[in-house]
Design a protein around this ligand. Sequence first.
Ligand code: PLP
Length: 413
Amino acid sequence: MTARVYLDYAATAPLRPEVLEAMRPWLSGLAGNANTLYQEGKRARQALDEARATVARCIGASPTEVVFTSGGTESDNALIIGIAHAIRTQKGRERGGNHVVSTVFEHHAVLEPVQALKREGYEVTLVKPTRTGFIEPDAFAAALRPDTLLASVMMAQNEIGTVQPIAELARLAHANGAAGAAGAGAGASGAGAGAGAAGVSTFFHTDAVQALGKLPLSVRELGVDAASFSAHKLGGPQGVGAFYLKRQTPFAATQLGGGQENKRRSGTQNIAGAVGFAKALELAEAEREHEAARLTALRDHLATALLALDARITLTIAQSDAHSLNTHLPGLLSFLVAGYESETLILKLDSAGFAVSGGSACSTGSLEPSHVLTALGLPRDSAHSVLRVSLGHETTQAHITAFLATLATILHS
Ligand code: PLP
């Protein structure tokens, strides 16, 4: 096989040709500044409004609740810091609550802003997942305190593909706020729950970067207050994303300037990026159910064949757990090859024409084992041997067959 086989969609998905077509007019000189009054600007504004309406429709939000950003990392940072700071400045830290809950296996785009809050004096509790990669509602509920102002749990884990019970966790967070706030005579929703330190509203954020376009996702049905998205994980352009911020959720913008995006994210909007994001999301949504079934079948075939290929191969998450779309992303498989460093295998596979990754892209090249794999309780040696294969719209059975044959050659030579 001479063509490259790309099996790292969770790192970034190839730009879809239809997306490039939709973006082309806005890359070739037509794009005015959407904040100007003349024709070029008005056209750009209209394209931006249409893109926003599409994203809002696909996630079950209203367009005024959607803010375009430069990607998942910016969305996570803006929301976590923006919500925590807004609550503090509105009420003073004591009255607004001082405690943040998240999990040990979040992406660094969540963990780092949470750590930054800790350095500012907020208290932080990080919930641990089970060995099979889930945040249990009981463990989450136990971490909530009367002064918890924000909880953030990712919807789909980027290294192992487990899907968290977000609706249940959001409900617990809100019930926590309601229970505390009721005692102090305030409601649970919106910014106005003027409770004392015992009894603040607990807002709930989810990093849905890996879930968007792959799982059914309605922010209203999930009941979240805020969510982060990125275009390049679903065949859109890199460097574009969005966040959802439920109406009346307290938010202090961190990116300040000309007041674009309704003062929530200053900076001239990326029209081509927003148009491309909307197109990629529309395509992904139209194909979602069919693709989920197709990629689940390919992934399960890959898992079974890998286990038969070599006794040194085990799955990071046991296969019997990996079947339901409610619990695992369709096209992601994490496995380990005992006795092999993942870097060695990645480079050998690369030379043979295959792109796969180890832990997360950010952890690749680092000697530290991934924080996600160690959080699952994997020994360091095992964590160093993990490969992640993630499939997407261009992946075929022939790619999987070729990958298996190449891996067999590498392991048995
Ligand atoms: N959150 C998760 C779960 C991710 O997988 C990623 C990307 O790997 C990000 C956030 C960061 O998104 P972006 O690359 O758009 O900044």
